[in-house]
Design a protein around this ligand. Structure first.
Ligand SMILES: [Fe+2]
Length: 259
């Protein structure tokens, strides 16, 4: 699929900044390259994005808003067209809310460089990592504060050896390259929501994992044929101040072997 859709990927994740010109000046001084020389004028602010990272393939976008409309990205000179198709309303969408995290697959040897690059471009800090030795997998989490969107980096513990010992993450990169593997949406009533998604034709890589007692329930869809992205649905119980239970990470990582 990656060969037939070479340019299909999640391109950028956008972060806000109070002073984009100062931000760009500081990052340029550090050698960071942007797609445009100066920030682009939006109708409601200023925007710039980096060149895609050589470690992750992700570009990072930055926006300085000038009005209270924080959801409108057309350039100042752009014309906006309304979507031709109305958003379907099957009822279950109300249980699905904000982005919880995005998970990027990186090569084992680029793990530290990819995380440090992200930390130096944002005000996120490195939080923790979960090792799953049997699957040659490390899941590293960068966060800003509790309950905020998190950036997750998944890699092998050891690099790709070209055989079965490499684990699903290094194998994924062999087939699809480094890229965002999944985006996770916080979900209420996850059991009912997933059942409704299934009834609507959505296929999943595994059954729901976790439990309210463990603080989390999670599931992965199959990759989208249009974007190649997997969607994760995640419900948190009792304000768990963590991200993944160890057993969930193992089961979810294992399930990606099917891709
Ligand atoms: Fe995830």
């Amino acid at each position: 699929m990656a060969k037939t859709l070479p340019n299909t990927r999640l391109e950028t994740l956008v972060f806000t900044t109070p002073d984009i010109r100062e931000y760009v000046a500081i990052e340029k001084e550090r050698g960071v390259a942007f797609l445009t020389d100066t920030p682009v004028k939006l109708r409601h602010g200023l925007f710039i994005q980096t060149l895609p990272s050589r470690f992750t393939g992700n570009s990072l976008g930055f926006v300085e808003w000038h009005t209270n409309d924080h959801r409108s990205y057309p350039p100042a000179s752009g014309i906006t067209e309304e979507p031709l198709l109305p958003k379907p309303s099957s009822g279950y969408q109300t249980g699905i809310s904000v982005l919880d995290h995005a998970a990027t697959r990186v090569r084992a040897q680029d793990r530290n460089a990819a995380i440090l690059e992200f930390l130096s471009l944002t005000n996120y800090h490195y939080d923790f990592a979960v090792y799953v030795k049997s699957l040659n997998s490390i899941t590293s989490v960068a966060r800003r504060k509790k309950d905020d969107f998190a950036m997750v980096f998944t890699s092998g513990i050891l690099g790709d050896t070209g055989d079965g010992a490499s684990g699903p993450t290094e194998k994924f990169i062999r087939t699809y390259g480094t890229r965002v593997h999944h985006i996770a949406f916080r979900t209420e009533r996850i059991v009912e929501t997933v059942a409704a998604l299934k009834a609507d034709g959505m296929a999943f890589l595994l059954d729901l994992v976790g439990s309210p007692e463990e603080g989390l329930r999670q599931i992965f869809t199959v990759p989208s044929p249009h974007t190649m992205l997997v969607t994760e649905y995640i419900q948190r119980y009792g304000g768990l101040d963590g991200f993944f239970t160890r057993s969930n990470v193992e089961l979810l990582t294992k399930a990606t072997e099917k891709q």
